[in-house]
Structures are given as structure tokens and as C-alpha cells.
Ligand binder design. Structure first.
Ligand SMILES: C[S@@+](CC[C@H](N)C(=O)[O-])C[C@H]1O[C@@H](n2cnc3c(N)ncnc32)[C@H](O)[C@@H]1O
Length: 292
């Protein structure tokens, strides 16, 4: 493991706020994440409470934070349901959560009772999550069979070696979950990671991945980043966007056969969740692939 000196991920906090804001409001019966709010600090819970109450704050900065959480809640409900359904449909003894951020599944999904979970993340983000877990007043029970933390920078570290050192068994099937991370990696880093997964994928292994397709909004964002620098993306710029056929081709290069690939707008319509963030929902996708 190496550290590249960067700070803990802010986008990991935003998507956790989105799940906390959606909990009990969207797709009730299909989506629930009561753990999300517990992983947030007091100042991060403020915008969540405002979104849940539908009371936007005064002032541009606070209002911008509110709108980000509101839109994120719309995205997180269908995205979480799609991933949870995929995990339940293909139970495996091993689940590796790549770029885990404040993912709550090991503490939320009873379906993981027979599954060992490895949470892989950038060292700074993982340290932050572990501090949040340690700060809980009452301990959060782990529902998975076990959870282990593996600090890895996908841009620098040898993922396969770190997983082996952490006890992952390459001879047994694994479900790989890669949610909300692909856009932050270059195409080369994505291929490097896929190669590492393929090398440790026993027959029957599955990759559940959420990625972003190109969109007009993303093009404008990239243009602004080019002009104004990384400050507008809080140091987490998008580096790779994939059309679905490009994603399937990239996976095929590493021996993964795509079984399904859905956009979040369609999933939101099926779940009858709000779709005001239609453009973002349309470009967000969840694909499931098996290792041949
Ligand atoms: C938007 S968050 C998603 C977190 C989580 N998967 C979820 O959906 O809630 C992005 C995550 O990708 C991780 N990440 C981004 N670039 C990374 C890198 N080069 N190496 C390891 N992790 C990285 C961040 O640390 C962060 O946890």
C-alpha cells in the first residue's frame, strides 16, 4: 500500500448523504439505508435533514450543498437497489468492494451473512471511514461474515498482491463491486484494475460495476475543469466515461461477459422514484458481468 498524500474522498461523503436523504422516502420496501446517516458527521447531517424536510437553506453556498444532496438522493435510490439486487442474485462467499467509500453493505445487508467482505479504498478515504466507525456511540454490528480493510491506490498499488496479503482466495468465486469509482480513474487505470480482478476471478466470479456514460453535462464539467482547475471538482475530476458498448468491450478484453447493463433513469422509472435529475440518471449505469 502507498499513500499519494491526497485527502479523504468528499464524493464518498456526498453519496452517503444521498443515501441517508433517500432512506425511508424513496422506493420504500426496495431501498433502505439506515446505516448511512450514522456514518455522517454532525455538520454533514445538516443538509440531509433539510432535504428530508424539504426546507432549502438561505445563501448560495448552503443552497448549493442542499441541491447536491437532493439530486444525489434521486440517483442513489435506483443505483443502490440495482447493486443490492445483483448481489442477492449471485451470492458468493467473497465480496470485494472496490473504492468502498462509506458503503454500508457489510453493516446493512443480512444477505451477506455467509460472505467475507474486503473493503478496498484509497488509504486516506479508508482511514476516514475507519475513524467514523470508531466514533460510533453504539457499535455498528457487522452483518457480513467478516469485513477486512485493504488500503489501495488503484493508480499506484498492486491490487492483486494487497488482496492476497489480506486473505482473499483467488481459487474461490468472488463478487467484485465497483460502484461510483470508474469515472475517477483513467482508462489505463481501469484496464489495470480489470486485469487484477481477472487474475483473481475463479470461475463463477461476477463483476457488478456502476460507471458513467458521456453526456452534455459531463462535457461542460470537463470544459470548466480545464479552464478553472480541479477546485470545482473538489480534487476528484472525472477521468473516464464509457459508452455501454465500450464498457462491454473493455470487460471482454479481461474475460468478463456482460449479462446486463441498465441506465439509472430506466431503473428509477421502474421503482417510481423521482427523476428530476434526469440527465444524471440517464448517464449513470449499472452493469453485471460474469468471468468466463
Ligand atoms: C464517489 S465515492 C464512491 C464510494 C462508494 N463506492 C459508494 O458508492 O458509496 C468514490 C470512491 O472512489 C475512491 N477512489 C477514487 N480514486 C481512487 C484511487 N485511485 N484508488 C483507490 N480508491 C479511489 C475514493 O476513495 C472513494 O471512496
Amino acid at each position: 500500500m502507498s499513500g499519494s498524500g491526497r485527502a479523504a474522498s468528499r464524493t464518498a461523503v456526498l453519496v452517503c448523504q444521498g443515501r441517508a436523504a433517500a432512506d425511508g422516502r424513496f422506493a420504500v420496501g426496495r431501498f433502505a439505508d439506515p446505516v448511512a446517516v450514522r456514518l455522517l458527521r454532525a455538520e454533514e447531517r445538516g443538509p440531509v435533514a433539510e432535504v428530508r424536510a424539504g426546507t432549502p437553506p438561505e445563501g448560495l453556498r448552503a443552497r448549493t450543498g442542499y441541491e447536491s444532496v437532493r439530486a444525489c438522493a434521486e440517483i442513489m435510490a435506483p443505483r443502490t437497489v440495482a447493486v443490492d439486487d445483483a448481489l442477492r442474485a449471485r451470492p458468493a462467499g467473497q465480496l470485494v468492494v472496490l473504492g468502498a467509500g462509506l458503503d454500508s453493505r457489510a453493516w446493512r445487508l443480512a444477505a451477506l451473512a455467509g460472505t467475507d467482505v474486503w473493503e478496498v479504498d484509497h488509504p486516506a478515504s479508508q482511514q476516514d471511514k475507519r475513524a467514523r466507525l470508531a466514533e460510533q456511540d453504539a457499535e455498528l454490528p457487522v452483518l457480513a461474515r467478516s469485513v477486512r480493510f485493504v488500503p489501495v491506490d488503484f493508480a499506484l498499488d498492486d491490487l492483486g498482491r494487497e488482496l492476497a496479503a489480506a486473505g482473499h482466495d483467488a481459487a474461490a468465486p468472488t463478487t467484485w463491486l465497483w460502484e461510483g469509482v470508474v469515472p475517477y480513474l483513467t482508462r489505463d487505470q481501469v484496464h489495470g484494475t480489470l486485469a487484477a480482478l481477472a487474475a483473481r476471478s475463479a470461475p463463477g466470479s461476477t463483476l457488478v460495476a456502476n460507471y458513467q456514460a458521456p453526456s452534455a453535462r459531463a462535457r461542460v464539467g470537463r470544459l470548466l475543469t480545464g479552464l478553472l482547475g480541479d477546485s470545482i471538482t473538489a480534487g476528484e475530476p472525472w477521468r473516464s466515461l464509457w459508452r455501454s458498448r465500450q464498457w462491454a468491450a473493455a470487460l471482454a478484453r479481461h474475460g468478463f461477459r456482460t449479462e446486463s447493463d441498465q441506465d439509472l433513469r430506466t431503473l428509477a422509472a421502474d421503482l417510481d422514484t423521482p427523476t428530476a435529475a434526469a440527465a444524471s440518471l440517464r448517464s449513470g449505469r449499472v452493469a453485471v458481468a460474469v468471468h468466463a
